[in-house]
Design a protein around this ligand. Sequence first.
Ligand code: SF4
Length: 438
Amino acid sequence: MSAPEHLEESAAALASEAVSPAPSPERGVDILTFGCRLNTYESEVMRGHATGLDDVIIVNTCAVTGEAERQARQAIRRAHRERPGARIVVTGCAAQIDPDRWSALPGVTRVLGNEDKLKAESWTPTALTQGNAVSDIMAARETAGHLVTEFAGRTRAFVEVQQGCDHRCTFCIIPFGRGPSRSAPVGAVVEQVRALVASGYREVVLTGVDITSWGGDLPGTPRLGQLCRRLLALVPELERLRLSSVDPVEIDDDIWRLLESEPRFMPYLHLSLQAGSDMILKRMKRRHLVEDAARVIERARSIRPRIGIGADLIAGFPTEDDALFEETLAFVEQASLPFLHVFPYSARPGTPAARMPAVQVVERKARAARIRALGEAAAQAYYRSLIGQELSVLMETADSGHSEEFAPVRLTKPSEIGGIERVRAVAVDAGGVVAETI
Ligand code: SF4
């Protein structure tokens, strides 16, 4: 599962945006995206379909936290205020779950479901004048494998290999926004990756709601590691392949083998941990225990000592008392993971956890801050451990990018955006590693 996937990216979005994104003053098609990588990817699919439309603002919502929804509502109000003539189309998980609520907002002319938003026919000028189109997501059985070859302003491309989720973690509303788990066939994924590589991308990230369930609905039930192996074999020009977040109990043997021996498979794992207390994990209905997570971390470090490991954690889940929180804190401290995404628990109406005895909001925030502080210390220690080492950095701006391990790296001299630079880490600063080109 990938609560992490959603949570992670939503968190990043929330952290980086003190205010909601604003529409551009230009007419044409404007897309305001909230939430996870998958939503970012799907915004690009919509951008392709909507090319040529005039004065349309698409708001692609996220349902993972109440805050993500609040920001989307704020963005819609602002868009309507600043471009009152524009047609506002609302889609994404929050719109899928409760379309009427979004339809009622000022300026909203249409609400589209998560399946409907990806169909070309939803974006004709005539379709835009029609009412809402929100199909039953729980009946969705396929994912189309949409082809996206350009990502506005990005050097790293994301390919959606999987949609939906069959798990029912007690805090998560996502299955109701995304439907059951379904996988893109290998051929479609290969075709997409080839197209991305041909248009200049050097790194591809496989993404989805629950990518470690990839293949469960395909003939022969292949596993994610097999997809990665085949991709690397069939697209030899692909230089870097990375996974977005993975469920620790679902890492298959091929993934371990690739981590061990394939230099094009990035030494990076983002784990959907959520808590470091067995009692809380059980109440979340997660499928791993703390010991399972510890084993994965140890194994990953034993085969790739420099591996970058991240994790998602929820602070202040209902029933988490001081003692249970201390268990999580102790685990986080001991594991020393450099890339933590920490979220104060956000109750999603309709989920089982929303009916459990809640921790006070202020306490959730305080606990999240304590875990984040440990994460920051772990990140600094990790960056320091890289000093003196050679790194390979994909340049995202003229002087910064990420290493294979996903460490943020700043170069002392500018370089070409989109290039891969061999560098040596010479220092650390608040943002990550400082390095010199070799
Ligand atoms: S139900 Fe669990 S596994 Fe599925 S998307 Fe939500 S958090 Fe991830």
